[in-house]
Design a protein around this ligand. Structure first.
Ligand code: AMP
Ligand code: GLY
Length: 423
């Protein structure tokens, strides 16, 4: 009997992973909670929300799930992996204890200091007055103020001056825009450099690096506008040399895996450090304990190995037996979003043209659903259109050529995804 795999989430990331899992001869069926119209075409959507651990555990039992693949952040700190493992379901993902690497920036900062992993200097506060006094004592030094807990990628406020830093403390600690995620704040030195995303498969002892990818977080061309979940991505990252990749593997990823094991909370699952490369080398801005979105949409089409087999080996602690191969062909993914995202936007616009795209180009769904009219928008980020090419420039041109064939009212996408990399 083949595997019955559970994914939790409803992003382009989950659609891309579901698409890749369906290529595995070992996988019989893919279930996605709650999923979107794209995942419904590849498997079965399950009407349970990502933070409903009881509901997910119940669904896993009823659906006779044999494998859980963790892709998004929410369920792991709430203990979904611990829970499903106890019920005999093999899981690829961190336990609640290991997921603290992402769920608590205070924990991960202290962890990095304990293990000599390069990161921005920071201090942690749970009392507003003390945080304020500290910011004032720094006399206008460039800072980033962060809510310690999970804040849907929006909890870091980059500050240009002291008054902005004080305002950030107000937003997080007094106005409580991020709720209890802001019970503790980090006041962090602001680094200057360029960013890239690293992903690695981990099994508690061994880590296998994926290719590097770069995303574009701001809503508008030229990296202006509000921070979003990500407006597009490409892989490989043209600026990451082999020497830098080796440094990140050794000094960030392997040190993290060894440190977590030494502390009795081995890390299994996808480790995704967000990095800032400065003149002094790569610094960890944050750890994510999951796959990136939209990075995953540009990584899955490059993965030549069987994703299920790699994750299964990691879940069984035998990643050292596995080789993972990746296509040399670069990929570019452009996110099509609802006009207004990440602020307010309307739902329910008809999406047309997805049947007219090139056969080897992927349209990974995020905020979509099917209603009586057909496919309609149902979220901020709607689709990621991913193309490959013999060069990054060709992949980029093909992605945009296909984006232009898809239409919905007020569609918004950036026109400069991967542009700096092909210049
Ligand atoms: P985070 O959620 O911690 O990854 O932060 C979100 C974004 O804020 C990052 O992608 C960076 O662009 C920026 N950022 C975070 N920390 C720093 C830092 N110490 N220095 C400069 N920029 C930062
Ligand atoms: N693309 C950034 C993230 O997934 O957090």
């Amino acid at each position: 009997m083949g595997e019955r795999v559970l994914l939790v989430g409803s992003g382009g990331r989950e659609h891309a992973i579901a698409w890749k899992l369906r290529q595995s001869a070992k996988v019989d069926e893919v279930f996605v909670a709650p999923g979107n119209a794209g995942t419904a075409r590849l498997g079965t959507n399950v009407a349970v929300q990502p933070k409903d651990i009881d509901g997910l555990a119940k669904a896993a039992r009823e659906l006779r799930i044999t494998f859980y693949l963790a892709s998004m952040d929410d369920p792991q700190p709430l203990g979904l992996v611990d829970r499903l493992s106890a019920e005999g379901i093999l899981c690829y993902g961190p336990t609640a204890a290991a997921a603290q690497l992402e769920a608590s920036k205070a924990f991960s900062k202290e962890f990095m200091v304990r293990h000599g992993i390069r990161t921005a200097a920071a201090r942690t506060f749970s009392e507003y007055g003390a945080a304020r006094a500290y910011v004032e004592s720094l006399q206008g030094r460039p800072l980033v103020v962060k809510a310690s807990g999970l804040a849907a990628g929006k909890g870091a406020i980059v500050c240009a001056n002291e008054s902005q830093a004080l305002e950030a403390l107000d937003i997080i600690m007094l106005r409580r825009d991020f709720g209890s995620a802001g019970n503790t704040v980090l006041v962090e030195e602001r680094l200057v450099g360029w960013e890239t995303s690293c992903h690695a498969f981990c099994d508690g002892r061994t880590a296998l690096m994926m290719p590097f990818a770069s995303d574009h977080k701001r809503a508008q061309d030229g990296d202006i506008g509000l921070n979003t979940g990500g407006m597009g991505a490409y892989s490989p990252s043209e600026r990451v040399s082999q020497a830098l990749a080796d440094e990140v593997r050794r000094d960030v990823v392997e040190r993290t895996v060894a440190g977590m094991a030494a502390e009795g909370t081995p890390f299994a699952g996808t480790l995704f450090p967000g990095l800032m490369v400065t003149e002094a080398g790569a610094h960890v801005l944050e750890f994510n304990a999951r796959f990136g979105d939209p990075e995953t949409q540009v990584l899955m089409p490059r993965l030549e190995s069987d994703l299920f087999e790699v994750c299964q080996a990691a879940a069984q602690g035998r990643l050292n037996e596995v080789r993972v191969s990746w296509s040399e062909r670069p990929t570019v993914g452009v996110v099509m979003a609802s006009g207004g995202y990440p602020a307010t936007y309307k739902l329910g616009h008809l999406i047309e043209g997805t049947d007219g795209i090139d056969p080897d180009v992927h349209v990974f769904h995020a905020g979509t659903k099917d209603d009586t009219r057909g496919l309609v928008t149902n979220g901020g980020r709607v689709l990621t259109v991913v193309a490959s090419g013999s060069t990054l420039a060709e992949a980029r041109a093909r992605a945009y050529d296909n984006v232009k064939r898809i239409h919905f009212t007020n569609a918004h996408y950036r026109t400069d995804i991967a542009l700096r990399a092909v210049k």
